[in-house]
Design a protein around this ligand. Structure first.
Ligand code: FCB
Length: 459
């Protein structure tokens, strides 16, 4: 198999448009968002600084020099945004909690105003028939915790447990679905090894210690959440890619295996009780994390579902000296989004089937999937994002394939409801089904949102 397997030709004929009914009446249909990317209100109501505020204020870190200080002003406009979600026909909504809103800068005193915001938001979801899916950590670590070493410091695990406790005490009567972490690989590797995300560190040992503490904080949070919310469904969301070797040559196949060890098994193996993959541990040498007795047992706490964030497949080539494991991800060939990410719907069914087969994790939810295109508001006010509409339709067809194949996938959250602050890319990249005019904060349904609405209304 080569790169070309991900080209449109490798995708087979255009699928028939899927129907909501194909997925059964209990399937969850949502959109996903995250706090720092949409809320804005950076200094409102006692919110303290996050690592992303600090990072965005550092020249050269964000491509357009922007920050999440205002973003979509969702902190004030959430009723309109939830109305949009309801009108689309969603029955679930994934959001994240801004940790810097929940405690003051000592971490000791809860901030009632921050807690109240999420109470109002969740009540707003329930009033509109949206099942709330709360993510406890989607990357906006309080800066005061980073100043103490961030996720590389074991004390951050305890701080996270206090966050999990405070949020589940406050919202547990209404929120039953809890995601501990969004994409630990990104937190660890992009933030602390590649360094193009906050906090911008470039050190493999730090990154792997971060990954360990993030996984540990997940595992230790599971019983905390269950104690406060006995009927909770608890899981974690990982960003995963199906992989291909760049060629059939043994060195590329071996490179793909090494990459898989760190990108996939490093997270899934410990979560499902297998510890860190031995080969990868040997390959990272003295960058391996400090693991204390009992940590691996804690990480493997049984969960109720696994969240899978799928965007694109990766093609891996051997490249001695490049990256931690001498591997390189090749640039995409064939159809891509404006991010340069390959469009490969069949990768979704392939990935879900692989995870289900490798780990038997119980119910799977696609907690993110979406695409970035250079949208244009036309003279008549319409945003004809034909490519995003097609991307969505084809990925839902692939999802239906997974369901038909017996993979236990139970829900889908499109990334994202709104255009938003796309991390290091600032506002240059639009992923929303709904267009946001940042000058006026006007929301406009793109054609993709209208297609999703039609799909969800069973047309
Ligand atoms: C995911 C992130 C999400 C968004 C999308 C495009 O990795 O979880 O916040 O940036 O990518």
């Amino acid at each position: 198999m080569t790169t070309n397997d991900f080209s449109p030709a490798g995708d087979g004929p255009e699928p028939h448009a899927p129907k909501r009914a194909d997925f059964g009446p209990d399937f969850l249909w949502g959109c996903a968002t995250s706090s720092y990317q949409i809320e804005g209100a950076g200094s409102a109501d006692g919110r303290v600084e996050s690592i992303w505020d600090r990072f965005a204020a550092t020249p050269g870190k964000i491509r357009d020099g922007s920050s999440g200080q205002v973003a979509c002003d969702h902190y004030h406009r959430w009723p309109e945004d939830l109305d949009i979600g309801r009108d689309l026909g969603l029955n679930a909504y994934r959001f994240s909690i801004a940790w810097p809103r929940i405690f003051d800068g000592t971490g000791k005193r809860p901030n009632e105003k921050g807690l109240d915001f999420y109470t109002r938001l969740v009540d707003g979801m329930l009033e509109r028939g949206l099942q709330p899916w709360a993510t406890l950590y989607h990357w906006d670590l309080p800066q005061w915790l980073q100043d103490r070493g961030g996720w590389a410091d074991r004390g951050t695990v305890d701080a996270f447990l206090e966050l999990a406790d405070a949020m589940t005490r406050r919202l547990g009567d209404r929120v039953k679905h809890w995601i501990t972490h969004n994409e630990p690989w990104c937190t660890a590797i992009i933030g602390n090894y590649e360094g193009w995300h906050a906090p911008g560190i470039q050190d493999l040992g730090t990154a792997l210690q971060v990954a360990h503490h993030v996984l540990l904080s997940h595992g230790k949070a599971v019983p905390v959440i269950r104690a406060n919310v006995p009927d909770a469904q608890v899981g974690i969301s990982l960003s995963l890619h199906p992989l291909r070797p760049a060629s059939d040559a043994a060195r590329d196949v071996a490179a793909m295996e090494r990459h898989d060890g760190l990108r996939y098994r490093w997270f899934l193996d410990p979560l499902y009780g297998r510890g860190y993959p031995a080969a990868t541990l040997a390959q990272v040498g003295n960058a391996a994390p400090v693991v204390l007795p009992g940590d691996l047992e804690a990480i493997a706490a049984p969960t109720d579902f696994l969240g899978v964030n799928y965007y694109f497949p990766e093609t891996v080539a051997d490249d001695p000296g490049h990256g931690p494991l001498g591997t390189r991800i090749l640039p995409a060939r064939g159809e891509t989004t404006a991010m340069g990410w390959p469009v490969a719907p069949q990768g979704l069914s392939e990935l879900l089937a692989r995870i289900a087969g490798d780990y038997r994790p119980g119910p799977l939810y696609v907690t993110e999937n979406g695409s970035c295109y250079d949208d244009v508001v036309e003279g008549d006010g319409e945003v004809r994002d034909v490519e995003r509409r097609r991307y969505l339709m084809r990925h839902l067809a692939a999802l239906r394939q997974a369901v038909d194949d017996g993979v236990p996938v139970k829900g889908y959250f499109a990334w994202s409801l709104l255009d938003n602050f796309e991390w290091a890319e600032g506002y240059l990249r639009r992923f929303g089904l709904v267009h946001v005019d940042y000058a006026t904060q006007q929301r406009r349904l793109k054609d993709s949102a209208k297609w999703y609405r039609k799909f969800l209304h069973g047309a």
